[in-house]
Ligand binder design. Sequence first.
Ligand code: ADP
Ligand code: ADP
Length: 236
Amino acid sequence: ALMLRAQDVSKRFTLHTQGGTSITALSDVSLDVERGECVVLAGPSGAGKSTFLRCLYGNYLATDGMIAIRDDSRAERHVQITGAEPHDVIALRRSAVGYVSQFLRVIPRVPTLALVAEPLISRGVDENEASERASALLARLNVPQRLWPLAPATFSGGEQQRVNIARGLIAGHPLLLLDEPTASLDAQNRDIVAELITEARRRGAAIVGIFHDEATRESVATRRLELSAPAASLIH
Ligand code: ADP
Ligand code: ADP
């Protein structure tokens, strides 16, 4: 089943601090992703990989083009996030889209175990089961049990990133958007994350991801989408 369709997506940023000149970060990118596929975004730094992922999440509004994401919880079966109301985007994320960024930008003050269990609880899983599944995933990701009652503020970069991954993967969303989830992990933990991604895909998730190391790309990708910076990132 088609999970994601992006057609001719472009994104321009207007730089208000520089007299309103604009920069084209992404130009006419199209992508269809079926359940069970993992599409790795490739291309040089500045090619627009992260911008594209943010457009898919509805975090950036595409300047042109169309993005639709399947949501079986809705009568019309999909949400066109280009043009959707914010509350529809939020509802879509809750039911269908998991997102993992490179960092925890805002360090939650919530205990780690509760933080990871929360996406399950908000989908109606009872607290005991949510807590058990969160424990199992944290253990799998080598987050030491002594850290589970603590908020991630004092954790190392790698530990925070593993908590972030656990939170993004736990709900089993049918679409996963991964923006360098392995950037500060050692090789052993990168392999564990790659395994978790492959398991999610085999369960039928559609995945679009950016990975900085070739070994992870090799191990998770079923397909690559090569992006190239739009002609000199066109500054108009
Ligand atoms: P990649 O992930 O492939 O390295 P990015 O998507 O981060 O590329 O960036 C693509 C281009 O868009 C870059 O030239 C970058 O400077 C620009 N860009 C990204 N985000 C913004 C923003 N919020 N404001 C202005 N320019 C941006
Ligand atoms: P920034 O735009 O400041 O670089 P991030 O890249 O960390 O911020 O996050 C981009 C957006 O994605 C934010 O608006 C945030 O709401 C959302 N986000 C980040 N991490 C997660 C997450 N683990 N789960 C859900 N949403 C997230």
